[in-house]
Ligand binder design. Sequence first.
Ligand code: FBP
Length: 237
Amino acid sequence: MYLAYDHGLEHGPTDFNGGSVNPDFVLDIAVKGGFNAVILQKGIAEKCYAESRYRRQVPLILKLNGKTNLSKGEAYSPQVCEVEEALKLGASAVGYTIYAGSEFEAKMFAEFSKIVREAHSRKIPAIAWVYPRGKDIVNDTTKEVVAYAGRVAFELGADVAKIKYSGSLENFKWAVQAAGKTKIILSGGPKVSDEKFLEIVKNVMAAGAIGVAVGRNAWQNPVPLALAEKIKEIIFK
Ligand code: FBP
């Protein structure tokens, strides 16, 4: 159960309500909610995690690339942090977003392949966020497109793939199958009701996923720790 908090770069501060603009607010949720890791970009990792008590309290997954949503062109997310830097900041795993189907897919495949090599030589897992995107992708959450995302991660050697929900247990099961030995986690998505989100978590776990990475549904929630308890109940019990 991972807590994602790279949205300040990906979406800008518009995602933040209440206290969530403050990294300490979210890091506290990660600790008190018993999350297995928090996902950060390098700036926040360096300034708010690496030399803080959080480093002892919750593991870090460092996102090695990122982009804003200010540009609406074909998606490319450049690498902004190296595996070695991530390790110094206390990371237990690294993550990288691949926009499969984008004009710049080849560049992201090359960067990610190098990251997998480096991560494995340092004995840490490489996690691929695989989000099909670009002018040729009509719908990024169909059964076929999401399963293709999982398969891309498997073909490129990712240990874990973070993919979007494809609408039903049956559809998601196909994505888990297509991903083979690459383990699947759900990418949470925009805030929905707790009931709806927990239903999705149940479906992805029943489909064979190993867990969820949740961002907005947790820290935009007025009672994030209550939601965390319910997610844990589904994943671990
Ligand atoms: P959420 O649970 O809030 O959807 O976070 C998952 C995530 O992958 C974040 O790590 C990332 O910032 C965001 O979604 C990117 O979403 P998109 O590129 O689809 O706008």
